[in-house]
Design a protein around this ligand. Structure first.
Ligand SMILES: O=C(O)C1=C[C@@H](OP(=O)(O)O)[C@@H](O)[C@H](O)C1
Ligand SMILES: C=C(OP(=O)(O)O)C(=O)O
Length: 422
């Protein structure tokens, strides 16, 4: 358990670790490429450790130094692991590596921890079957563990049924160029977390693979192609940066995050304009993105389908605003590392914030941070619960974060960097 120290009048410049989402995409593109890639500024964390270990088990040679990783691409020739691929609670890797494993020849079992075994993957299973993959959810739950009897991808046309994760679509796109024939994908239902699909397309393009895309992302076509190895720099993680921008909003003062660029591949940078709508001032320069606040904030109404990972951060900021903040179109928060829609409502309630929970939205009744009090916060083994609720502790004395080591999933030295704020 860690007790957060209050702080005010912040004046800090910090850097954040590499983007978790870009690191995992670049790792896969580099692993499937011909030749050696050099990744600069990748994220070293529990999740990327799971990804790297699994890729090694699939035959990729990876050297992971502190700031530079070397990846010897397989040209798409994927091996069969001698053991199960265990991916913890890494949703991105579980979804992406399922498709990568299908490129090999032989049986592969994909598994994760107890929570990952409750996180759905059925739409991806269905779509891969349409490309000729023999794959099943071993317990018939539509979740891991999965068995794949891999024999490559036929390509041709498949349908991705409606689902609540964009990771299914990103996963299919990443392997589509390795199919035996041109691969076509028809997508049913609303795509939540859309900027992550755009990120996938950008990383694919940067590694030399183009995709034909319908403007609304309802259809895709990918010709057989090879990824090109390259040297590639990874942006700082915008979701991780959100806690520091939010810190300025809640505690007052200014915080600059120096290594999240503008423009960025990450949709979560759109969190910053939301803070501006709430009353913060925002500057973007070569030195990074700065958020400045006098601590006076107003509630807003916002659809956050496109940026689920920063919903807990915004909800915490909203607790210190005057008036209601309504965050809608966020049903997908219920299938993350924890049920974040419920967890945020419960934990903010513990410090005295009134929050209404609905199936796919929440309403936070802010009263400018008045009458809030300390509490022991449960984090449900969910890094984003821990990091977002910590921000409240900058203003409310006595906030204790339990299970604080869960930040290792995406931001191992979060607590040291957070302590630098005060
Ligand atoms: O593709 C990605 O890198 C991610 C997509 C999002 O998930 P969903 O598409 O399941 O919402 C996001 O929550 C996750 O942290 C990372
Ligand atoms: C949802 C997240 O990750 P994943 O889906 O990769 O487990 C996250 O990092 O907030």
């Amino acid at each position: 358990m860690i007790e957060i120290q209050t702080a005010s009048g912040l004046d800090a410049t910090i850097t954040v670790p590499g983007s978790k989402s870009i690191t995992q995409r670049a790792l896969i593109a580099a692993s499937l490429a011909d030749g050696r890639s050099i990744l600069r500024g990748p994220l070293t964390s529990e999740d990327t450790e799971y990804s790297s270990r699994a890729l090694r088990a699939l035959g990729v040679h990876l050297e992971t130094g502190e700031d530079t990783w070397y990846v010897d691409g397989t040209g798409g020739t994927i091996g069969v692991p001698s053991e199960h691929l265990y991916l913890g609670n890494n949703g991105t890797a579980t979804r992406f590596l399922t498709s990568v494993a299908a490129l090999g020849v032989g049986e592969v079992i994909i598994d994760g921890d107890e929570r990952m075994q409750q996180r759905p993957i059925a739409p991806l299973i269905e779509a891969l079957r349409g490309w000729g993959v023999d794959i099943e959810s071993i317990r018939g739950t539509g979740c891991p563990p999965l068995r794949i009897r891999a024999a490559g991808l036929s390509g041709g046309k498949t349908i991705l049924p409606e689902g609540k994760s964009s990771q299914y679509l990103s996963s299919l796109l990443l392997v589509a160029p390795l199919a035996r024939q041109p691969a076509e994908l028809e997508v049913h239902g609303e795509i939540l977390s859309k900027p992550y699909v755009a990120m996938t397309l950008e990383v694919m393009a940067e590694f030399g693979v183009g995709v034909e895309v319908a403007a609304d992302f309802s259809a895709f076509r990918v010709e057989p192609a090879r990824y090109r190895a390259r040297e590639y720099r990874i942006e700082g993680d915008a979701s991780g940066a959100s806690y520091f921008w939010a810190a300025a909003a809640v505690a007052g003062g200014r915080v600059t995050v120096a290594n999240v660029p503008v423009p960025s591949l990450q949709g979560d940078t759109m969190f910053v304009p939301l803070l501006a709508r709430m009353g913060c001032s925002v500057q973007q320069s070569d030195f990074g993105i700065t958020v400045e606040s006098d601590g006076r904030l107003e509630g807003i109404t916002v659809d956050m389908s496109a940026m689920p990972d920063v919903v807990p951060t915004l909800a915490v900021v909203a607790a210190f605003a005057e008036g209601e903040t309504e965050i809608s179109n966020i049903a997908h928060l219920r299938i993350k590392e924890s049920d974040r829609l419920h967890g945020v409502c419960v934990e903010l309630g513990k410090i005295g914030v009134h929050v209404d929970e609905y199936p796919d939205r929440m309403v936070i009744h802010g009263r400018g941070g008045k009458d809030l009090h300390g509490a022991a916060i449960d984090t449900y083994n969910d890094h984003r619960m821990a990091m977002s609720l910590a921000v409240a502790g900058l203003r409310v004395p006595g906030i204790r974060i339990t299970g604080e080591q869960c930040v290792a999933k995406s931001f191992p030295d979060f607590w040291q960097r957070f302590a630098e704020l005060s």
